[in-house]
Ligand binder design. Structure first.
Ligand code: ADP
Ligand code: MG
Ligand code: MG
Length: 909
């Protein structure tokens, strides 16, 4: 790296209604930095500061601290000087000190995932200067103790040592509160605060062996490096993995003049949303605290108050606070500081219009003056995402296409989970109520620690409050319940982002980590007890509550209708039962892309006939067993065809190796032998015969139909007869018979011949016909290569991308779990190719086979039926490749429909 010739800017300044950067520079400045710059540019009051770019974080990871510090030092000194002149104070000055915050900020917002330090620049001298300058000694010492606390935690590693422990500084404060018989931080006297500062520094010295740093520049570099390091901290890494963000993005560092919400009763701090992040309702809402700083609102140690009067009234209802008490003790900002409220309301409107999206903002009031500290597109639940997009479209803020593009397809998943059954809810025993922080229905067994979220299959994580360390467990738990905190608490914000059901601030709960119990009045619930959370009402319910299927209704149905206007590529479903077919149809599936017939053979009464067929050594014996299977298979097809009401249904012939159907346990082998009147030995020999070294590459797919044509014959007959039966009842069926695992043209020809001969025979017997087609899976690389020849005979292609991925990568699907996670961890692969289609490699096979196939048969119908059919990025690839349809599991149909519409819209932009 040639530092001398390198002229790139590493530090971007902002403040006083102007900035070097803007909101488009998120990759370089991080989301927070880019938006702070943008707010300055559009005239919103933001404390001045500067942003160190994300590139510097990457440089730091390569070059280490010393090199990077010397590289950016001149620019930082100049930028600090700029803040000093705007603020009229001096960094490190003992009479008139400038204090700053050092804040992380990656490209995408990762709430609470990385670290922030406030009030930096304080030491034993500066605290006196600050007290004199502001005439507020209490404030100065409160800021100082907060600084040591945050700097200690973030930079010096002063964290709880065991999970049952509380924060070491909190412990010191709790001890003092107990001694002084007080409850709140605001009740500390000036002397208390001085004592705390002393004790905090003492604790730092004891634990780290070093004195707390007094030089503000040392403090600044320590904090900047800590923010860079937090990018590779456990929390941030887990968050990145969860969302698939690469490690090389890095985080920016924002350094900004402090504004003080803790200067007294004319000061405060808060968080607000331009719309409801849980439901999407178009109401301004948020929470604030008087005489408080930064994290206090989110941390949930004091009960925050509502910003709007409407919100305050709603809150009081849930918290069972009467109107008199509310007005006196919990007034809204709207009532308490009407002027400030009006100004804030103006900014929220301006920012939402400017960004054309729901904003999540932070603000601080310093002695009657309002400052905005952050704005970002707010995290929201899937339901809110849909409603906000539709509302904004109806309000003329965004276009129809923009509304469709606003939907994150995979987030629709949240709307497709079962909901509490209305009847069951009526009978439920509600034990307490909290705030409906994130809607949804969750039932599970209580756990009290995030790292125990996997203790049971379904868990509810119950905490006094959550912290960023709990992220992984929150993601695993079915629902989250906290005794403290409001609608903007850590638990609430994170849960909404995950679309996870959450109830916060359930004050009636007494949670005890040591005894692992949760107490409501006199009733005690233990770890492992079942409870249910209704995230839409805040009701906490004893035991389990029954659930029912979700529906496409309201705004969800509306946005899907908009999507269908643009989607040209169809979405089918993979369905093996009439019930699956019905669910998928209700979700808008335009056909079935894959019916796996073997699934029909696994049911109790059928597996017997199937085994009988497999175990017989003669054609006659097999035919005899197949005769038993025929009517069952036929009626299954009738059910599925009927559910699809004339939409095309692709039926795949038997695919898995026969070994999967025979019993492997001695007990079941014995009873099978008895049933079939053969010896146990004979069963064992047959099972051993069927065993293969590599079943995935063994006797399966069309190889079965070729060795035992009678199986194909039976299946073809069942399909055709079912369609004819429906025809008699006036129902149209459009079967598409699909041959699996073709690698050579002759394989296809031989199976096609069996199918067509059988069909003709049935047509003759019944003296009637139906339309049907015969096509093939393309899932062996060789089939992709000779696609032009196969297309001469095949009516359609369907890419089985699971097998195609397996065979082209040479990764056995059954064994890949041994090395794929390591591959991903080491960055050998970015993602699991079985989840997200590998466009670079496997994608070429898909493109080539489509092109070659259509060269032979221009209107060849081509689709995809692997797991990838429901993955949005893979759906987009299929659109670009010109596929006619993707097929996915029923619950992913709406997701794929949206992804299909988005792909079509993006192509027009
Ligand atoms: P996060 O990304 O975790 O929200 P932030 O960097 O936004 O972290 O800061 C944490 C808290 O500190 C927020 O409430 C923020 O508003 C507050 N804060 C940050 N910088 C300042 C500042 N210069 N003056 C006052 N409060 C600040
Ligand atoms: Mg923030
Ligand atoms: Mg396959």
């Amino acid at each position: 790296m040639e530092v001398l010739q390198d002229v790139k800017t590493r530090v971007y300044k902002f403040g006083n209604k102007a900035a070097d950067g803007n909101s488009k520079m998120k990759n370089l400045l991080g989301g927070k930095g880019a938006n702070l710059a943008e707010m300055c540019n559009i005239g919103i009051p933001v404390p001045p500061g500067f942003t160190i770019t994300t590139e510097v974080c990457t440089e730091y990871n390569l070059l280490g601290k010393d090199k990077v510090v010397s590289m950016i030092k001149p620019e930082i000194e100049e930028a600090i000087f700029n803040i000093e002149s705007l603020m009229g104070s001096k960094f490190g000055d003992k009479d008139n000190p400038l204090l700053i915050s050092v804040r992380s900020g990656a490209r995408v917002s990762m709430p609470g995932m990385m670290d922030t330090v406030l009030n930096l620049g304080l030491n034993d001298d500066a605290v006196i200067g600050l007290a004199n300058k502001t005439g507020n000694e209490r404030f100065a010492w409160d800021s100082y103790r907060r600084f040591i606390q945050m700097y200690g935690g973030v930079v010096l590693g002063m964290k709880p040592e065991a999970k049952e422990d509380i924060d070491p500084f909190e412990e010191i404060m709790e001890h003092l509160k107990y001694k002084r018989r007080i409850k709140l931080d605001t009740e500390f006297t000036i002397q208390d605060l001085k004592d705390l500062v002393y004790d905090f520094k003492d604790a730092v010295k004891k634990r780290t062996g070093h004195d707390f740093p007094t030089d503000p520049w040392d403090q600044l570099w320590g904090a900047v490096i800590a923010v860079f390091n937090s990018w590779n901290g456990d929390r941030a890494m887990y968050y990145r993995r969860m969302h698939g963000y690469p490690a090389d993005w890095g985080t920016a560092v924002n350094v900004q003049a402090m504004v003080y919400g803790n200067m007294g009763d004319n000061s405060g701090t808060g968080v607000c949303f331009t719309r409801d992040a849980g439901t999407g309702e178009d109401v301004f809402n948020g929470e604030y605290l008087i005489n408080a700083q930064g994290e206090d609102v989110v941390a949930g140690t004091r009960t925050p108050q509502q910003i709007t009067k409407l919100g305050s009234i709603r809150w009081a209802e849930l918290a069972k606070v009467d109107e008199e008490d509310r007005v006196k003790n919990y007034p809204s900002l709207e009532e308490l500081m009407p002027e400030i409220y009006k100004e804030l309301d103006g900014y929220q409107e301006k920012l939402e219009k400017h960004y054309k999206d729901m904003q999540d903002m932070e603000f601080t009031i310093q002695d009657g003056k309002l400052w905005i500290l952050q704005t970002r597109n707010g995290k929201r639940t899937g339901a809110a995402m849909v409603k906000i997009a539709m509302d904004m479209y109806k309000q003329g803020l965004i276009t129809e296409k923009e509304a469709v593009l606003r939907i994150e397809p995979s987030k629709l998943d949240e709307l497709l989970h079962p909901v509490f059954d209305a009847k069951a809810l009526k009978e439920a025993h509600v034990i307490a109520q909290g705030l409906p922080a994130s809607p949804g229905a969750a039932t599970g067994q209580i756990v009290f620690f995030a790292d125990e979220a996997t203790k049971y299959k379904y868990t509810i994580l119950a905490r006094i409050e959550t912290s960023p360390e709990d992220l992984e467990g929150m993601n695993i738990a079915r629902g989250i319940l906290t005794a403290r905190g409001g609608m903007t608490s850590h638990a609430a914000v994170v849960a909404r982002g995950m679309g996870k059901c959450c109830i916060s601030g359930a004050g009636a709960l007494k949670i005890n980590y040591k005894t692992r119990t949760l107490k409501v009045d006199d009733k005690v619930y233990h770890e492992g007890d079942w409870i249910s959370l209704n995230g839409s009402t805040g009701n906490i319910i004893e035991g389990k509550v029954a659930t029912s299927e979700p529906e496409l209704s309201g705004e969800f149905a509306e946005i899907m209708k908009l999507a269908d206007k643009y989607a040209t590529m169809q979405v089918r479903t993979n369905a093996d039962t009439p019930n699956d077919a019905k669910i998928a149809r209700n979700f808008g599936a335009q056909g079935i892309g894959l019916t796996r017939t073997e699934h029909m053979f696994f049911e109790v009464d059928r597996i017997k006939a199937m085994r009988e067929m497999i175990l017989s050594d003669t054609l006659i014996g097999r035919q005899h067993a197949l005769e038993k299977l025929l009517p069952m298979q036929r009626s299954d097809f009738e059910g599925i065809f009927e559910a699809m009401q004339g939409l095309p249904v692709t039926v795949r012939l038997l695919d898995p190796p026969l070994h999967e159907f025979v019993p492997h346990q001695l007990e079941t082998q014995r009873s099978l032998a008895e049933e079939m009147h053969i010896t146990l030995e004979a069963v064992k020999i047959k099972v051993a015969e069927l065993e293969e070294f590599n079943p995935m590459l063994g006797h399966r797919g069309c190889r079965l139909g070729i060795t035992y044509p009678e199986i194909t014959e039976m299946q073809a007959r069942a399909v055709i007869e079912a369609a004819l039966n429906l025809k008699e009842r006036g129902i149209v069926a459009k079967p598409e018979i699909m041959i699996p695992l073709i690698g050579t043209l002759t394989e296809f020809e031989s199976q096609e011949a069996v199918i067509r001969e059988t069909a003709n025979k049935v047509f003759e017997e019944r003296n009637d016909t139906i339309e049907y087609s015969v096509g093939t899976m393309i899932e062996i690389p060789r089939a992709a290569l000779i696609a032009d020849k196969i297309a001469k005979y095949a009516d359609f292609f369907s890419f089985g991308t699971n097998d195609l991925t397996q065979m082209a990568f040479g990764y056995s699907r059954d064994d890949a779990s041994k090395f794929l996670p390591i591959y991903i961890e080491k960055g050998i692969l970015k993602v699991d190719p079985f989840e997200v289609l590998d466009q670079e490699g496997i994608g070429q096979l898909v493109e080539m086979a489509t092109e070659r196939g259509r060269n032979t048969k221009p209107n060849l119908k081509v689709g995809i039926c692997g797991e990838h059919g429901g993955d949005p990025s893979s759906v987009e690839f299929c659109y670009r490749t010109g596929l006619n349809y993707v097929s996915c599991s029923p619950y992913r149909v709406p997701i794929a429909r949206l992804a299909s519409a988005q792909a079509a819209i993006k192509a027009t932009l």
